[in-house]
Design a protein around this ligand. Structure first.
Ligand SMILES: [Zn+2]
Length: 110
C-alpha cells in the first residue's frame, strides 16, 4: 500500500539557503525505499524554513546515467495544502515505523 519513496538528494533552498534533504517521489515502488534521484522522473521537497517548494522533473527520457542537469527544477512557495500533505506523509511514515517496531517487540515477547 506504499505512499512514496525517499530520494537521496540534497541541496540548499534557493530562497533561504536552508539545507533541503527530505526529497520524496511517487515514481518508484512507493514502499518507503531510499532511491537515487536518477531512478525516478520526478521528486520534490519543501523547505521547512521558508515553505519554498522545489520539484524536479526529468526533461526527457535518458538511457545513460542521469545527472541533475537532466531535470527541470521548479521552485515556488508551497500552498498550505501541499506543505501539509508533504509533512503528513513524513509524519505518517515516522508513526508507521514506531508502530512497526512496537509490533515486532510484541512478537518477540518484549
Ligand atoms: Zn527556504
Amino acid at each position: 500500500m506504499g505512499m512514496f519513496d525517499d530520494v537521496k538528494f540534497k541541496m540548499k533552498c534557493p530562497k533561504c539557503k536552508t539545507k533541503m534533504d527530505n526529497f520524496q517521489s511517487k515514481d518508484g515502488d512507493c514502499a518507503m525505499f531510499l532511491l537515487e534521484f536518477w531512478e525516478v522522473n520526478n521528486f520534490y521537497d519543501s523547505c521547512h524554513n521558508c515553505n519554498t517548494w522545489v520539484e524536479f522533473f526529468l526533461k526527457k527520457k535518458m538511457n545513460k546515467k542521469r545527472t541533475i542537469q537532466d531535470y527541470e527544477r521548479v521552485v515556488k512557495i508551497s500552498t498550505d495544502e501541499e506543505e501539509k500533505a508533504h509533512r503528513k506523509k513524513y509524519n505518517d511514515f515516522a508513526e508507521m515505523l514506531k508502530i512497526g517496531k512496537f509490533a515486532l517487540n510484541k512478537e518477540n515477547g518484549q
